[in-house]
Ligand binder design. Structure first.
Ligand SMILES: *Cc1c(COP(=O)(O)O)cnc(C)c1O
Length: 232
């Protein structure tokens, strides 16, 4: 097992340094530990080290892990960040606290219908295809306002903000370009009256660029848990 306490500390230091450069309060940036492909025991160890929010991409894998860690449920926040098919929305609506990857209205409608009455409203972000890649999911920046208004009106969801997975870019200045575009879209939506507080952007390789452009949640996997092994 990697030294999770050490890795978490190093990531917090990266966030704090970028925040200081940006003149931002480091406390305004939350760290989401992306635990996909890693076992429940790694999540448990990260929890011992103080980490509380975890991101998962695959529904079945996540449900197994959430079940194995049910003793910690009250002090964990589970965020779904992967592509979501409409036939898999129900367990996500039932077991997660957040969904970052809402990429069309139909998914939002199903999550709202399936969110149990006993649970608080499900926190969601609208995923935006900010780099305009054909292969990436997400609404286009042009349709974001319209979709955001409709998602915000759903009774069992709370639209918190926007999420993006920009194309990898070489240096920090290049990395900042799509993050800035997402933040400008976020500002426009807020100016149109949408009550948003979350910009989910930045991963292990580009979290500094994201913090410099206003990220409020960075989603970090590799820098905490190590390289992922997809072979089994
Ligand atoms: C896997 C993943 C991450 C974490 O990526 P790292 O490069 O390992 O930090 C963040 N966001 C999403 C949507 C992911 O799928």
């Amino acid at each position: 097992m990697p030294d999770l306490a050490h890795n978490l500390d190093a990531v917090h230091q990266r966030i704090a340094l970028a925040a200081r450069i940006a003149g931002r309060d480091p406390g305004s940036i939350a760290l989401l530990a992306v635990s996909k492909t890693f076992p429940a025991e790694d999540v448990r160890a990260a929890h011992v080290a103080g980490q509380r929010a975890f991101g998962e991409n695959y529904v079945q894998e996540a449900l197994t892990k959430i079940g194995a860690l049910s003793d910690l449920r009250a002090s964990l926040a589970w965020h779904f960040i992967g592509p979501l098919q409409s036939n898999k929305t129900r367990p996500v609506a039932e077991h997660f606290d957040w969904v970052h990857s809402v990429d069309r209205l139909k998914i939002a409608q199903r999550l709202s219908e399936q969110r149990p009455d006993t649970a608080p409203a499900l926190n969601v972000c609208l995923q935006v295809n900010i780099s305009g890649e054909a292969s990436k999911s997400g609404v286009t920046p042009e349709e974001a306002l319209d979709v955001a208004r409709q998602v915000a009106a759903l009774p069992r969801l709370r639209l918190r903000g926007l999420m993006a997975i920009p194309e990898p870019a070489g240096d920090v200045e290049q990395q900042r370009v799509p993050h800035r575009a997402l933040r400008e879209l976020f500002d426009r939506l807020r100016a149109q009256g949408l009550d948003l507080d979350t910009l989910s952007m930045g991963m292990s390789g580009d979290l500094e660029a994201a913090v410099l452009e206003g990220a409020t949640i960075v989603r970090v996997g590799t820098a905490i848990f190590g390289a992922r092994d997809y072979s089994h």
